[in-house]
Write a protein that binds this ligand. Sequence first.
Ligand SMILES: Cc1cc2nc3c(=O)[nH]c(=O)nc-3n(C[C@H](O)[C@H](O)[C@H](O)COP(=O)(O)OP(=O)(O)OC[C@H]3O[C@@H](n4cnc5c(N)ncnc54)[C@H](O)[C@@H]3O)c2cc1C
Length: 416
Amino acid sequence: MVVVSLGFSDARYPRLAGELFEDEQHLRWAAEDWGHLVHDRPRAVLRPGSVSDIRAMARFAAERGIPFVPRAQGHSSGGQAQAKNGIVVDMRGLNGIDAVQSEHVVVGAGARWSEVLRATLSHGLTPPVLTDYLELSVGGTLSVGGIGGTSHRSGLQTDNVAELEIVTEEDELRTCSRTRDSDLFDAVLGGRGRHGTIIRATLRLIPAKTCTRRYKLYYRELSPLLADQCLLVEDGRFDHIEGHARFADSGEWIYAMVLATHFDPGEEPDDAALLGRLGHESAEIDDMGCFDFLNQMEDDEAYLRSTGAWEQPHPWLDLMLPGSAAEDFIVETMRKLVLDDIGESGLVLFYPFHTRVITTPRVRVPAEPRAFLFSLLRTAPHDEVVVSRLVESNRELRQRALSLGGTVYLEHAESP
Ligand SMILES: Cc1cc2nc3c(=O)[nH]c(=O)nc-3n(C[C@H](O)[C@H](O)[C@H](O)COP(=O)(O)OP(=O)(O)OC[C@H]3O[C@@H](n4cnc5c(N)ncnc54)[C@H](O)[C@@H]3O)c2cc1C
């Protein structure tokens, strides 16, 4: 039944400035995510009216030994933001963005990266690393890592945080950084919301350009693409390096490397120099505003929502593969994949990075100088048999990757 207990009249819960919900609609919301695979219902959902609410409920949960889990955009795919019989904290309202400074900005953990980027670009600045999809929250990606097309240069989003304000599991409000209370800092970054709730984050900023030239290079075979990616990561000629494969209508794989160079008007990129010594078959080159490039998933989202694929189950697998084993693993995995394994709107994502640039202790990377992100971004039908088959296939691939020295990037609920 009910909810909308505002705390004051409810003897069971602490007094709150915000709202506490126990109704079906909110509990169901908190038991859903992007994956649609895990459905752990909490006992209540807190929409905090202040940081004091978060502290009071953290204490309430700790005293009773019940799970207390922050949640923002719910784009996890394995129940990471769910709290079985516990309290879920809806962090979306804590989304303030302070005045942008020359080298950093302080933001509320519930702010989305699109909001942060809009604010910083208007000052000619940008976070060094952005995820492909910008509607994820700052707290959500700092709880996993946050990898993107500039990670070969700048590491993860967690590697670019100067300071955090945290409500600890014991309900204390603490400020931490690499040099102050560093154990807490290291526990929370990549900590999947289980070691404290991020309230505010101080994010490092770097100068931004206004325009972007995007290069989509198409390859007939996967191996030359992977080799070119490695060459580019070494010589650093592009700002942004990613790669993906998707099924064409013909049933064949289309392999593409997506590269970008940012520039200001009057500084034309030198295409011949940038594309020299690369083995692609064809190229599409276009210019756009920097924000439009970084926000490139906006159109995909609109399309996937229109087809219904946005709401389908997403049994995703996100691995980091050691450089020495990556090519064989990726080529072999893709050789066996058929359309039903990934879905018409599914995508295989892969790109290399130097492991030395990832310094967040909680994010485990392969013990080699170079590693690859490898993600199977599957879309499945609403069919339990099919979903179970894909989850089992993920489990096997995960085990194989681990045996080769790989690591799991976005740990899902069923991860070992
Ligand atoms: C379409 C799409 C594209 C994506 N692209 C990328 C990508 O390019 N790179 C990448 O790295 N990832 C990517 N991801 C994965 C994404 O970064 C993670 O799933 C991220 O955790 C989701 O953020 P969220 O705001 O939805 O968080 P939620 O799903 O709400 O929460 C995720 C985790 O963060 C914790 N959390 C949330 N807020 C806080 C807080 N304030 N304090 C402490 N813990 C908190 C939760 O407890 C949970 O463990 C993508 C996901 C989707 C669906």
